[in-house]
Design a protein around this ligand. Structure first.
Ligand code: FES
Length: 274
């Protein structure tokens, strides 16, 4: 026989509520507002979305706690989880860095921006400065011109016969000529002739068979005295200073020249009497 005196378990009381209460309950399901726990869902609302607001604890078992998220090491070596900033960065692939715009607001250059032009100008300035510095450094070390000495001793007079001697032509650029009668000094002795053609500077050759100097460049001819007589050479060959050194040797000094057209062949040092 059934016990009619046992009190019945009261059914959950459903109380109509406004939409605002339902939204508040859905936003904070674990901490419902005081008035929302006894409220029923509004018409058309999903009861599952507001469990605490629509059912009693006895009607639905509490949800099982979620397992903690697995730790994710970030790039700095720290251990973090997916919810932290480091974890999110580890889960999301880094987007390619977008180059920040370097053009200033007032920069209207059509090809390059202002910074590029400045870099170009500085590069050109640096290159020009380096070139100027290199040229200055090169100027400090001029080319060395190895010229033969201007003076040399040509030996003793008795070592020479009459006529043209070519032993000093290559090394010192002169012919030493011994003559019994000079056309200007009117005496026997020596004179030194420069081997430079008075036309354009070539070096004539001594032709012993013709007893003359002949320039290979344009055909000028010179007597053994140095006087020009054919070709385009405008004047005689030049003589150089020639004296007797203290030791009795012939001293030739190329630093001083004598020109016949200037009357200089009569100078005492233009001829060595012997
Ligand atoms: S350079 Fe000697 S003739 Fe012209």
């Amino acid at each position: 026989m059934a016990d009619d005196t046992k009190p019945e378990t009261p059914a959950p009381k459903i109380v109509p509520q406004t939409g605002e209460a339902t939204v508040a309950a859905a936003a904070s399901p674990r901490a419902p507002a005081a008035g929302a726990t006894a409220s029923a869902p509004a018409t058309g609302a999903n009861p599952a979305a507001t469990p605490h607001a629509t059912t009693t604890p006895a009607a639905r078992p509490p949800a099982a706690p979620r397992p903690p998220a697995a730790p994710i090491p970030d790039l700095a070596g720290k251990t973090t989880n997916a919810a932290s900033a480091g974890g999110a960065a580890a889960r999301v692939a880094p987007a390619p860095a977008v180059k920040a715009a370097t053009r200033d607001a007032d920069d209207t250059s059509p090809l390059l921006n202002r910074r590029a032009w400045m870099g170009l100008a500085w590069g050109a300035f640096s290159a020009a400065s380096a070139a100027a510095l290199a040229a200055t450094g090169r100027f400090m070390f001029p080319n060395v011109l190895n010229e033969p000495p201007q003076q040399f001793k040509a030996g003793f007079p008795n070592e020479y016969g009459m006529g043209v001697d070519e032993r000093w032509k290559e090394k010192f650029g002169v012919w030493l000529v011994r003559t019994p009668e000079d056309i200007e000094q009117h005496a026997s002795g020596f004179y030194s002739l420069s081997v430079t053609c008075t036309h354009l500077g070539c070096t004539p050759n001594y032709l012993s068979a013709e007893n003359k100097f002949k320039c290979p460049c344009h055909g000028s001819g010179f007597r053994t005295t140095g006087v020009n007589f054919e070709g385009p050479a405008p004047r005689p060959l030049e003589r150089t200073r020639i004296v007797l050194a203290e030791d009795g040797q012939i001293l030739v000094d190329k630093s001083r020249h004598f020109q016949r057209e200037l009357g200089q062949w009569t100078d005492p040092e233009a001829f060595l009497k012997a």
